[in-house]
Write a protein that binds this ligand. Structure first.
Ligand code: 4AD
Ligand code: MG
Length: 448
């Protein structure tokens, strides 16, 4: 039995029931007669209070057990429904597994996020990171569950690839230290699993990848990592509007189940955002998704041009994060799907609209973060795709297999990519992407 299940299934707990707990000490206070040690077992941010009475204190040398130590305790449960913690454990056996050395860097006093970023291997032993990582895990589980119960199959797109799937020139090279290429050609860490997913959508219909992706982006921002996880569904026979509906439904199910299953963590994170986090998420859950054409977005932003660093608001511009945030924070006041972007600021594989200027793409923008999802209907017409690649100087030969999909029983498909860490930011309210992944990798830094 974990502490999480004890809290979730509180009605089934019985007075004097024997409980064993293994975990890490959060606090230790008291005297020789009575001592209270709170312990966390990693299942929840909620702790269990151990009560050590009388001579057992001397027997177990309980006063010497420091915060952070690993212990094992056994005792009888005492239900205290009227108290702040609804149950505690009256200890009859206590084993100190390993105390902490004096230089254990996590201390009771407040530490800064900057300091904790220097110790990614230990920072999960704070309330904040414990909560964030539990929510991250829930979101990951819920995403797999959603797809697995909606007829999708998971496919493993390769991590090592021979092409730049986005054509954006942000690839990281893979090689050993020998002079010749290990693979006898250039190989890269994949920037996306999309092209491989498209090949499997043509046959399995509904597929998804959920894997690390890599980008050599030199942007030192609070929303970019060099290694991040992406969720990429791809569905044959779907058009743009279908894939937007899928994105909206997926997000809503995943977020609402997480709020339901992790009440202690969500309440805690909510308290760090002055009580604004859960109401904001619930507002999104209860409303239909706003969809706005890129042209309309430009018109909506124009009157606010003076508020931006980039003030030249015009058709053809790429929306910077300041514009994206203003649109979702201030104008829409919630998530918004922007559709039909100019083709010149989007990837080569997107379906070209009849106006010859825009593509059937969408970005889902959310308050506080900006772009959470990027997706599109794919260009299904072989000749149009070749022409676009030529215009963009993308060589055809390495992507001939991808072009060929259009000749072998192709069914037009659509898909999108969720930046998983950005989703974790959105749901936890954490404002720096480095704090929602266990071991962040950014330009100039690979710690551990
Ligand atoms: O918009 P992007 O570049 O789209 C694709 O890669 C498509 N192939 C997806 C598809 O249609 N299957 O990236 C998708 C999402 C972005 O919206 C963003 O949330 C996230 O991935 N992302 C990053 N997250 C963290 N660090 C980075 N450097 C990121 N780059 C993109
Ligand atoms: Mg994008």
């Amino acid at each position: 039995m974990t502490i999480k299940t004890m809290y979730l299934d509180i009605e089934s707990l019985k007075e004097k029931q024997t409980v064993t707990v293994e975990g890490w000490v959060i606090s230790n206070r008291g005297n020789d007669k009575i001592r209270f040690i709170t312990v966390n077992d990693g299942s929840s941010i909620a702790n269990l209070q151990l009560v050590i009475k009388g001579e057992l204190n001397a027997k177990f040398a309980a006063d010497a057990i420091s915060m952070g130590a690993s212990i094992k305790a056994e005792g009888e449960l005492h239900l205290t429904p009227e108290a702040k913690q609804p149950f505690e454990l009256i200890v009859n056996n206590l084993v100190l597994i390993n105390n902490v050395a004096e230089d254990f860097p996590i201390q009771k006093k407040e530490t800064t996020l900057d300091f904790l970023r220097e110790i990614p291997h230990l920072r999960h032993r704070t309330n904040l990171f414990r909560a964030v990582m539990l929510i991250r895990n829930s979101l990951m589980f819920e995403i797999h569950k959603y797809f697995q119960t909606h007829d999708f199959i998971n496919i493993a797109a390769p991590i090592i690839t021979s092409n730049d799937g986005e054509g954006a020139g942000e690839t990281l090279l893979v090689d050993d230290e020998s002079k010749d290429y290990f693979f006898k050609q250039k190989a890269f860490l994949g920037v996306t699993g999309q092209l491989h997913a498209e090949s499997y959508a043509a046959g399995f219909k509904k597929v998804y990848t959920f894997a690390p992706t890599f980008r050599a982006e030199n942007s030192h921002t609070s929303r970019h990592l060099a290694e991040f996880w992406m969720v990429e569904p791809e569905v044959a026979f779907y058009e743009l509007k279908d894939i937007i509906t899928l994105a909206d439904d997926l997000l809503k199910k995943v977020i609402s189940n997480t709020i339901k299953n992790y009440p202690a963590e969500m309440e805690y994170l909510n308290s760090l955002q002055d009580g604004q986090l859960i109401p904001t998420l619930e507002k999104f859950l209860s409303k239909g998704l706003t969809v706005m054409d890129y042209r309309q977005v430009v018109e909506e932003l124009k009157p606010h041009a003076d508020k931006f660093e980039e003030k030249d608001i015009h058709f053809g511009m790429d929306l910077a994060s300041e514009h994206e945030k203003y649109l979702s924070d201030k104008i829409v006041n919630g998530p918004v799907a922007v559709i039909n972007y100019p083709k010149d600021i989007k990837a080569f594989y997107m379906y070209q609209n009849d106006d010859d200027q825009t593509v059937a793409a969408f970005d889902l923008l959310v308050p506080g973060i900006g772009e959470l999802i990027g997706g599109s209907q794919r260009e299904s017409r072989y000749e149009k795709l070749v022409k676009r690649m030529t215009e963009l100087n993308i060589s055809q030969e390495p992507l001939q297999w991808y072009l060929d999909l259009r000749r072998f029983g192709y069914a037009p498909s659509s898909g999108f990519g969720i930046g998983f860490e950005r989703l974790v930011m959105y749901v936890t309210g954490v404002s720096n992407i480095r704090d929602v992944i266990p071991f962040p990798r950014v330009a100039g830094q690979v710690k551990m």
